[in-house]
Every structure is written in C-alpha cells, then in structure tokens.
Design a protein around this ligand. Structure first.
Ligand SMILES: C[S@@+](CC[C@H](N)C(=O)[O-])C[C@H]1O[C@@H](n2cnc3c(N)ncnc32)[C@H](O)[C@@H]1O
Length: 298
C-alpha cells in the first residue's frame, strides 16, 4: 500500500503540522499503542488527520492537541488511532502459514487427541485488521472439519486496536481483489456476490469468529486460557524493538506449551530476547517445557 499517496489523495489541503506537534502525537501513539512513527511519516500523519481536524472544527494541530489532552474518555485517541493505523490485509496472505497450519499443526493435534472426545482448538488473530486473516483460517477449518466425526471444538478470536477495521471485519464484505490468493474451492463455497466486484463472507464462517478490540501493548490481556496458534503478522513492523519485545513477551503467556506464533514474513524475532523456539521463517513455537522462559522480559 502506498501510504503517502493514500494520504495525499484523501487530503488535498493538509493542515500544517509543526515539529513540536508531530512529536506530541508520535509520543502519544507510541506510549499507548507501541506504534513508532518516524519523521518520514509526518506528511502521512497530517494527511490522515487533517480531515478529522476540520470535522471537529480545529483550526490547527495545537487546537487538536488541546482536545486530545482533555480527552478523559479516550474517545478521540481511539478515533485518531483508527486513522493512523494501516489495516491492509487480504485473504490467504502468506499462504505458507495456511499450509503449515493444515499439514503440521492440525495433523499433529488430531494425532495427539486421536482417542479423546472433541478436543479444543483455539486460534487467535492478534492485529486482525479487517478480518481477512481470521476468515481465511475459519474457511480452512470449516472445510476440514464441518460435519465430520472427531472434529475439534473450535474457538477463533480476532482482535485489533482499530474500531474501523473491526467494523469492516464484522460486516465481512470485501472488494474482489482481496480474494486473489484464495483457493478457488473456497471462493465457490464461502463467498456470495453482493454488489459488482464485492463479495460477502458466508454467515457460517462469520459466526465462527469473535471480534474484540484489544491493544497489544496492554500489560495483560483479558482472555481466559491459552491458544494453539497465534497469528500476529505484519503488526510488529510498526513497532520499535522495545514494543516488539514487550508484545512478544506478553503473547508468550497466551500460547499453549507446544503452540505456535506466526509473524509476518518480513519480520523476525532476534534470538537474544525471544522466548519462543525458531521453527522456520516467520514461525515460532513455545517449548513444551518452557525452559527459555528466563528470556521473557517486560
Ligand atoms: C497491516 S495490518 C495486519 C493484518 C493481518 N494480520 C495481516 O497480516 O494481513 C496491522 C494491524 O495491526 C493493528 N495494530 C497496530 N498496533 C496495534 C496494537 N498496539 N494493538 C492491536 N492492534 C494493533 C493495526 O490496527 C492493523 O489493523
């Protein structure tokens, strides 16, 4: 996605943003959400926020900052982060992860539980944007298990900081190009046409997922229990090292022993501070005996 171009096309008349104002906004975004906005993002920030300022009747960024300072409910900070996050995603993005899920994770689990009743299978899309990632997982699981004997008891959670992205996710309607990487049998089975060049995800797939707002920078998360797989892909690219370290350490607590963390293929977790074991590019695993837990830092 061309963020700068995007900012310009949406906002022809940018409201000037001074160095001091930019520093205030970036510090706030970093403190609250871990997102690092370097100097090069100044045009993007003023581009994405100018329209909002006009809507609120703010003449300049100083007015807007005053409003943020008095935002005791957090509502405006939430509106601001909706505008500043990049929610780009598409179905079956980085397809190797879905192959690994199907061929290794699910096969291993069904082997381990071969003699038991329905076993739990919990998967979390952390930083789910508008839902394409978790719906891809849901389709894969539905295709594999629906109506079959011995199917696991599936729980799918998807979280994001952006309420705008979550609204789109819950709606489940997407432009055609979001499905370019999707296997054709899934298209036939799980998509319905709405308007021209838009498709709706089948209700049975939507019903499999629980969407919630969650800030990954929180000290702890409100979920009960741990997950077999956490997808946290293309989220930490917006974080600096300190935020990444913090989020990975927190996520670690929510992964079952032997469970997996998938990150984006353009991301990596340095060995020195990473409590997970490396499996292959962009795939990490929590040891069954968490011997590396001393590596967990906060
Ligand atoms: C580029 S999207 C990635 C979507 C999907 N995981 C994928 O790989 O296609 C990054 C998402 O991370 C979310 N995000 C950024 N910082 C976050 C935070 N502190 N807590 C929760 N979500 C965050 C953004 O709102 C955005 O929707």
């Amino acid at each position: 996605m061309n963020e700068i171009g995007d900012a310009f096309s949406q906002n022809e008349d940018l409201i000037p943003l001074s160095g001091r104002e930019f520093t205030y906004i970036t510090a706030l975004v970093y403190d609250r959400f871990g997102i690092h906005l370097p100097e090069q993002k100044k045009v993007l920030v003023s581009g994405r926020l100018s329209k909002r300022l006009r809507r609120l009747g703010c003449k300049n960024f100083s007015d807007y900052i005053r409003l943020l300072e008095n935002d005791s409910t957090g509502a405006e900070i939430s509106e601001m982060i909706n505008l500043l996050t990049t929610n780009h995603s598409f179905f079956f993005r980085e397809g190797e992860h879905f192959d690994f899920l199907a061929n290794t994770v699910l096969s291993d689990l069904s082997g381990a539980f071969a003699r038991g009743g329905p076993y739990p299978l919990r998967i979390w899309s952390a930083g789910c944007a508008s839902g394409e990632e978790v719906y891809s997982v849901a389709m894969l699981l539905h295709d594999r298990y629906a109506g079959k004997p011995g199917a696991p008891d599936i729980g799918l959670l998807a979280t994001d900081i952006s309420l705008t992205a979550l609204r789109t996710a819950r709606e489940g309607i997407y432009a055609a190009q979001k499905f370019n990487e999707m296997p054709s049998r899934f298209r036939q089975r799980y998509l319905g046409a709405t308007e021209e060049r838009e498709y709706a995800v089948a209700e049975e797939i939507k019903a499999m997922v629980l969407f919630k707002r969650l800030n990954l920078m929180a000290e702890s998360y409100p979920m009960k229990g741990q997950f077999d797989v956490v997808f946290c892909r293309n989220v930490m690219i917006y974080f600096n090292q300190e935020s990444r370290n913090r989020v990975v350490s927190t996520l670690y607590r929510y992964v079952k022993p032997g469970g997996y963390l998938f990150i984006g293929h353009s991301e990596s977790l340095p060995r020195e501070w990473n409590p997970f074991d490396y499996v292959k590019p962009a795939i990490y695993r929590k040891g069954v005996e968490p011997t590396k837990s001393q590596g967990v830092r906060r």
